[in-house]
Design a protein around this ligand. Structure first.
Ligand code: SF4
Length: 455
C-alpha cells in the first residue's frame, strides 16, 4: 500500500500539488523539436533541467535523446544568459552541425527575462548562424501550462520561424498531429497516403524516436519534417489541427500569418473521431475514402459489436493530457462504457465543459488537478478500469484495479512507439488492450464453477 495515506475526503488545496498529473513545458517543446529533420533541441537554462527533460524522453522512447543546454551557473542566473546562448549556438553549429537549433526556455531563464528573439538576432548579426541554418524558439516557462502547452508553443515557433505566405498555393494540406506518439504520426501519414492526399505533417517524430537497431548511431535519424516542407506550410490550402491544446495555437497562427485556413479537430482516437477526421479530409480536399480504410473501419465495428457485452456499463477513470482525454472519453462513451472520473494536470478552462458535453454533467471532470486528487475520486467511487500513464500504476495496485497504459510518460512498458492509438487500427488496439485487461480480471476473479474456456 504505497499510497496508504491517501484519504477519500477531498479538501480544497490551492498551494499544494501532490504527485502532479503533468510535467514540464520544455519536455513537450523538446519532443516537438525532435520532429524536425536534423534539429537539435536546446534548453536555455540550467543543466539540471535539460538532463531531466532528456531523461524523461529517453525513458519513454527507449532512444537516446540529444539536446544542448546553455548551462546556467550563478553568473548567468544573475546577469542573464545571453553570453551562454551565443556561445552555445556557435559551438552547436560548429561541432554538431544540425540544420536547426530549436531553443526553448525554462523557469529560470523566463524568470530573469532573457529575450531569445533578441539573442537570436544578435547571433545572426555576429555570423554565428551559418547560411541555410536556422534558430527557432519557444517560450516555455514551467510554472504555467504543462508539457502539452510546451509542445504547442514549439509547434507555433515552427510556424513563426519557417512558414512564409505566398500568392501561389501548393496542392497540399498541413496536418499538425498533436502531442502523439511517433507511431501515431506514422499512422496519420499512412491514412493520408491511402487517401492520396499530399500533406506536410509537422512535427513528425516517426523514424526519429522509433528507429531500427542498425549497429550505428545516427545523431540525426532519417525521420522528421524537412525545412523545405516547413517553409511550404504557408502555401498549403488548409491546416488540419488535431488536438486543440497541442495543435490549435500553430494552426491559428498559420491562419493569421499566412492566410491558411484551419480546421480544428479532436485527436482521431476511436471510431467517431476517426470518422470525423476522414470526413473532414474528404470534404476539404475532395479525396475519396479507399476500400482499405473502409475495411479497417468495418473490422473495428465488428469487434465493437462482438465484444459489447464485456464493455457495457463498465466504470472507467481516465487521467492524462486534455486532447487525449477528450477523444478517449468520446470513444468510451460510444462503447457504452461509464466514464466516471476524468482528470488532467494541464490547465484549460474549456476542458471540463468539453468532457461534460460528451458524458453529461454527472462525470467528475477536473483540469489542473493532481494524481492525489484522481486517487481520491477513485476512493470515493470505485471503477472497473483505469486508463493513464505509468504513474497511475501506484493507484491501480493499491486499489486492485486493472490499468491500461496510455499517454505520457510510459516508463515501464513498450509498444507505444510502434503501435498507434489513432485511426481505426489504433482504436482496435486500444479496444484489445481494454478488453484484455477486463477479461483477465474476470478470469482471475472467477469462481471455479464459472471459470469459462469460451468467454
Ligand atoms: S519545472 Fe522548471 S526548473 Fe524544474 S525542471 Fe522544469 S523547467 Fe526546469
Amino acid at each position: 500500500m504505497l499510497l496508504r495515506h491517501t484519504d477519500d475526503k477531498i479538501i480544497e488545496r490551492s498551494a499544494l500539488t501532490i504527485n502532479p498529473a503533468k510535467t514540464c513545458q520544455p519536455i513537450g517543446a523538446m519532443y516537438a523539436a525532435l520532429g524536425i529533420h536534423r534539429c537539435l533541441p536546446h534548453s536555455h537554462g540550467s543543466q539540471g533541467c535539460c538532463a531531466y527533460h532528456r531523461s524523461a524522453l529517453t525513458r519513454h522512447y527507449k532512444e537516446p535523446v540529444m539536446a544542448g543546454t546553455s548551462s546556467f551557473t550563478e553568473g548567468a542566473s544573475v546577469f542573464g544568459g545571453q553570453a551562454n546562448l551565443l556561445e552555445a549556438i556557435n559551438n552547436i553549429f560548429t561541432i554538431y552541425k544540425p540544420d536547426v537549433i530549436a531553443v526553448h526556455t525554462t523557469c529560470l531563464s523566463e524568470t530573469i527575462g532573457d529575450d531569445i528573439a533578441q539573442i537570436s538576432s544578435k547571433a545572426q548579426e555576429e555570423g554565428k548562424i551559418p547560411p541555410g541554418k536556422y534558430v527557432i524558439r519557444a517560450s516555455t516557462p514551467s510554472y504555467v501550462g504543462s508539457h502539452v502547452t510546451g509542445f504547442g508553443n514549439m509547434v507555433k515557433g515552427m510556424v513563426e520561424g519557417f512558414s512564409a505566405a505566398s500568392d501561389t498555393l501548393e496542392n497540399q494540406i498541413n496536418v499538425i498531429p498533436g502531442y502523439v506518439e511517433p507511431s501515431d504520426m506514422a499512422e496519420i501519414k499512412r491514412i493520408l497516403n491511402e487517401m492520396q492526399i499530399k500533406a506536410v505533417v509537422f512535427p513528425d517524430t516517426s523514424e526519429v524516436l522509433n528507429t531500427p537497431q542498425t549497429g550505428k548511431y545516427e545523431m540525426y535519424p532519417k525521420g522528421g519534417t524537412t525545412i523545405p516542407e516547413l517553409r511550404s506550410t504557408g502555401r498549403s490550402r488548409r491546416t488540419f489541427a488535431l488536438g486543440q491544446i497541442a495543435s490549435g495555437p500553430a494552426a491559428k497562427l498559420l491562419d493569421t500569418k499566412c492566410k491558411v485556413p484551419c480546421t480544428l479537430l479532436n485527436l482521431p482516437i476511436g471510431l467517431r473521431n476517426t470518422d470525423i477526421f476522414l470526413e473532414s479530409l474528404r470534404q476539404q480536399t475532395g479525396a475519396g475514402v479507399p476500400d482499405s480504410l473502409r475495411l479497417e473501419r468495418g473490422q473495428l465495428l465488428d469487434v465493437i459489436t462482438d465484444m459489447h457485452q464485456y464493455l457495457y456499463g463498465k466504470k472507467v477513470a481516465l487521467v492524462g493530457d486534455p486532447d487525449h482525454l477528450v477523444a478517449l472519453t468520446q470513444f468510451l462513451k460510444d462503447l457504452d462504457m461509464d466514464v466516471r472520473h476524468v482528470v488532467t494536470g494541464t490547465p484549460g478552462k474549456k476542458f471540463v465543459t468539453r468532457i461534460q458535453e460528451i458524458t453529461g454533467p454527472k462525470v467528475n471532470a477536473f483540469e489542473a488537478k493532481d494524481m492525489f486528487h484522481f486517487h481520491q475520486l477513485i476512493k470515493q467511487e470505485r471503477v472497473d478500469l483505469i486508463l493513464g500513464n505509468t504513474y497511475a500504476k501506484y493507484i491501480a495496485r493499491d486499489e486492485d484495479i486493472p490499468l491500461v497504459r496510455m499517454g505520457f510518460p510510459i516508463y515501464d512498458r513498450i509498444g507505444h512507439q510502434y503501435f498507434p492509438l489513432v485511426g481505426y487500427r489504433g482504436a482496435l488496439r486500444l479496444l484489445e488492450k481494454m478488453l484484455s485487461a477486463l477479461m483477465d480480471r474476470q478470469d482471475r476473479d472467477a469462481a471455479e464453477e464459472s471459470f469459462e474456456l469460451v468467454m
